[in-house]
Design a protein around this ligand. Structure first.
Ligand code: AMP
Length: 398
């Protein structure tokens, strides 16, 4: 298999699938969070420094298969130029003669950005012919878009077939794979998974899979109340999935059989409405008064979770401990983020993945204090569940 570190890029055009699906300001269409663009820069620079040129392709948002300004990748040009430090070129369509002319004219050290792939519906369909048209832009193919690696789209998977001997991962995907493998395959102990977020139902597969691996499973967030109710606790009007009470019981039983310690919250911050303006109280999690809902974990739970986190050598975190988007209910998630950062300082390997825990870590400014923050929520969960991601398989295939 080729590696971006050793591949000979001299005089070659690298077609790179990046993830520039960034948020834009609704009025000015300026990039409001450039994390994903910054993350792709090392791969781009590597190719340029090694004597190659670069053709960048990405999707942006969910256009309805027709060009629309609010989904145009031209909105990313100035941000990309700022991080590269020089001007780049742009093709107003990702395929077609004018685009090919531009990519064919690239000189070493130059960069061309293609317009949104999803302006063509053949992209998401994984169309072979469309992938072939994309492949014309490059002498080699680099996939550096982990966030879409679980999709068999033309640019993420099918296009790799046209580069049997010249395909590879970018630095970003390499790091994502290494990080997840480190958590899944390392024999260091204890390994602790922290799961939170809204629902048990969306995380059953991952939790069940994790029970084969972890020593401790910390459960917080909205999903904890289904576990508490399943154990006979009173949860007021907290978020609950009544059709998954048995699931929660099954998970607790399975954990016991596998010798995994499950840590549930013991206390909670409850509120009379789902709002930052709500009246609040603190009490035992199984004794929430009628008409109140638990929206965060409280002090005692934080202390118990913190202790386990600080004793761990490997930590995987997916999902917030409470409604961290509201100031009144962010303490639990913030304190857990701080504990994970502290464990990292003490030498633990810590991986934060999944949309909302990543947003929380970023919001608290702790993204550089954990070992790895995964850029691909759905992709990371599927990878952890043991599902082969088509975008990754396409590179590994002979
Ligand atoms: P998920 O996408 O499943 O990881 O869920 C993330 C969402 O769960 C966030 O928007 C949180 O605000 C929400 N959440 C966390 N804790 C609670 C809770 N106790 N009650 C309601 N929603 C919650």
């Amino acid at each position: 298999m080729n590696s971006i570190s050793t591949y000979n890029f001299t005089g070659k055009r690298a077609l790179i699938r990046v993830d520039f699906n960034v948020p834009l300001n609704k009025e000015t269409l300026a990039v409001t969070d450039d994390t994903r663009i910054r993350a792709a820069i090392p791969t781009i620079k590597k190719v340029l420094e090694a004597g190659g040129s670069v053709v960048l392709m990405s999707h942006l948002g969910r256009p309805k298969n027709i060009p629309e300004d609010k989904f145009s990748l031209k909105n990313c040009i100035s941000t990309i130029e700022k991080h590269l430090g020089f001007p780049i070129q742009f093709a107003t369509d990702c395929i077609g003669e004018r685009a090919y002319e531009k990519s064919a004219a690239l000189k070493p050290g130059e960069v061309l950005l293609l317009e949104n792939l999803r302006f063509h519906q053949r992209e998401e369909k994984g169309d072979h012919g469309f992938a072939e048209l994309l492949a014309r832009h490059g002498d080699c193919y680099i996939n550096d878009a982990f966030g879409t690696a679980h999709r068999a789209h033309a640019s993420t998977t099918i296009v790799a077939r046209f580069f049997p001997n010249d395909k590879m991962f970018g630095y970003l995907i390499e790091k994502e794979i290494d990080s997840v493998n480190k958590v899944l395959n390392s024999h260091e102990k204890p390994l602790t998974a922290i799961v939170g977020g809204a629902k048990v139902s969306s995380k059953i597969t991952i939790i069940t899979k994790l029970l084969d691996k972890v020593d401790n499973l910390i459960v917080g967030g909205g999903m904890a109340y289904t576990f508490i109710k399943a154990q006979g606790g009173k949860i007021g009007k907290s978020l609950v999935e009544d059709d998954h009470l048995q699931t929660a019981k099954d998970i607790l039983k399975l954990a016991q059989e596998k010798g995994v310690k499950i840590l549930l919250p013991v206390d909670t911050v409850y509120a009379d409405e789902f709002s930052d303006a709500a009246n609040t109280g603190v009490g035992k999690i199984g004794e929430i008064p009628d008409g109140w809902m638990g929206l965060d974990i409280a002090e005692e739970s934080i202390a118990i979770f913190r202790k386990t986190i600080l004793e761990s050598k490997l930590i995987l975190w997916n999902g917030p401990m409470g409604v961290f988007e509201m100031k009144k209910f962010q303490t639990g998630t913030l304190e857990i983020a701080k504990a994970v950062a502290e464990a990292t300082k003490k030498g633990a390997f810590t991986l934060v993945g999944g949309g909302d825990s990543v947003a929380a870590v970023n919001q608290f400014g702790l993204e550089n204090e954990v070992s790895h923050v995964s850029t691909g929520g759905g992709a990371m969960l599927e990878y952890l569940e043991g599902i082969q991601l088509p975008g990754i398989a396409a590179i590994l295939e002979k």
